[in-house]
Each structure stands twice: as structure tokens, then as C-alpha cells.
Write a protein that binds this ligand. Sequence first.
Ligand code: NAD
Length: 293
Amino acid sequence: MKDFKDKVAVITGGASGVGRSLAFALGCRGARIVIGDVDREAMEAVSRDLEAEGIEARVAHCDVTALASLQALADTAEEAFGAIDLVFANAGIGAGESGAMWDYSEKDWQWCMNVNVWGVINSIRAFMPRLVARNQPAHFVITGSGNGAMVIYPDAPIYTATKAAVHAITENLHFQVQAAQSPVKVSALFPGPHVVETGLFNSGRVRPEALKKEIEGNESGITSVDDMKRMAAEYGIELKTTHPDEVAEMAVKGLEQDAFWLLATTPETEQKIRDRAEMILSRKTPEPPMVGG
Ligand SMILES: NC(=O)c1ccc[n+]([C@@H]2O[C@H](COP(=O)([O-])OP(=O)(O)OC[C@H]3O[C@@H](n4cnc5c(N)ncnc54)[C@H](O)[C@@H]3O)[C@@H](O)[C@H]2O)c1
């Protein structure tokens, strides 16, 4: 997609972080933006900020764990602006887990699976039938993570498991639109190349009451990127970070070229991907990769 002017872009989890930056990057290129998020306060703020930039936008409360909520978001977008051209299944949370996975509560797993995996499945089920039926060039972008899709970091087993599933879904969705000869393109967005300065590490702020934490003491103790930096420094690692605006620019440039991989890497992360492939091919017993790079 070369030109985003007057295109309609729906972004889940657009009230903060990567989704918010995507809204501005696309809005500044003339796209009309629809944001669905569970955080009402943050949505109001982003709505004001988009308006101040002269970007045409709608925000609507949307919980990606419920299919009906995403269908309502699709209706809102179509009623406001007409047919949808871009969908970003971006909403995601970090479960904030640490310690042995056999000690996590069912609710810890459920919350993250519901948002990160079912959120993507529900987004596909709500939007893909509309995009495919329209039979016009469109993009369906799924935010994954290199942690799960490419490398298995040892510190967040629930999150990593969800993002492994998300990548399998994304690549299969791409195969299916290709096989169907649909003009809808699928892309996999990997925020990075470093840890991105977003609210992900403080996801507890949007954890639903029904799935609230039951077991104390297995929290990671990290609730911000600064906490991560401090913790890394204790191990002598200087953690580099990326601003979400940089991620959004990288994504938009990739979409302009209809790229599947919206992926920025460093030599260190590329080496980790090679090491992992080599480890599998040589049947080497896995060793945890170092966080960062
Ligand atoms: N921050 C990173 O370093 C990083 C790295 C790789 C991947 N990601 C992925 O990027 C995506 C965006 O996260 P972010 O880093 O911008 O974090 P963020 O917390 O800043 O933004 C996530 C948004 O999703 C919303 N959300 C949470 N649960 C929701 C639900 N049930 N329904 C609708 N919206 C919901 C939140 O309210 C928030 O506005 C996620 O999928 C995340 O896994 C982030």
C-alpha cells in the first residue's frame, strides 16, 4: 500500500505504546483512525491528542477477548468512515510472571492467553470476512514478538507461549490469503529492535477483576522499562530501548512495500536467531539466550 491518504485503519490496543504511535504515523499520512481499547482514560487522552494533530479519528471501548466487542468495533469503523483498509491486531499484555510455571495460577495463564492469543483470533474472525469479501487491497497486521516467534527467552513463559502461538497464526493466515488469491496482505509486526518504551510492563493496570492475581509472590517485580533497565544493570547489562514511534515508522515503511516481516533487528538478535536454528539442526540441548541486544 503506497498511499495511506483517506485509508481507514483500525488499531486494537491503540490507546498506548505501539498502537498509539501507529495511529499517529498513519494519521499524519492522511489515514482515518479507529482505536479500540479497554483503557477508557488512555483512550480519551489519545483521542484529544489525535484531534490536536488534525487527525480524523474515533475511539471506542473494545475488549479483544470478546468477539462481539471486535465486531462492534468493525461496525463503528464502517459507520464512521466506510470500508476498512488496514487492521492492526495489536492489543497485548505482559503477564508479569516470574518463577516456576507450575506455580502460576490458571488465571495468570488465562488472562494472557485471552488477550494475546484469543484477541488475535477474535480480530481475525471479526475483520477478515469483511476484508476478504470486499476483495480490495488491504492489510491485516498482527503484532507478535521475537520472544516466542524467533527466540525463547526464559523470563516470561506465559507471554512467550502466547507469542509463539500468535506467530503460527500469523504465518498461516498469510498462507491462506495467498492460497485464496485475496488482495488482502498479512504482515507480522515485531516491535523493536530493542525493548520498546511502552506500558507493556505495567499491563496489570488493565487486568480484569474476574482474572485478578490469586497467588502473590510470583510477580517479576518489573512494572516499567526503567525497572527492566535497573534489573539488567544488576547483571552488568546495559539494556537499550526503542521508542514506539520508531516501531511505527518501521511498520509503515514495510507496509508501503507490502512486506510480511515488519521486523527491525540488531546484529545481536540476528545472531540469536541463527544460534537457535543451529541449535535445532545440531540437536543441541537448549540454553537460555541473554536478554537484550
Ligand atoms: N513493548 C515491547 O517491547 C514489545 C515487544 C514486542 C512485542 N510487543 C507487543 O506490542 C503490542 C502492543 O503493546 P505495547 O508494548 O504497546 O504495550 P502498551 O501496554 O503500551 O499497549 C497495549 C494496549 O493494549 C490495551 N489492551 C490490553 N488489554 C486489552 C484488551 N483486552 N482489549 C483491548 N485492548 C487491550 C492496553 O490498554 C494498551 O492500551 C503487544 O501485542 C505486545 O505484546 C511489545
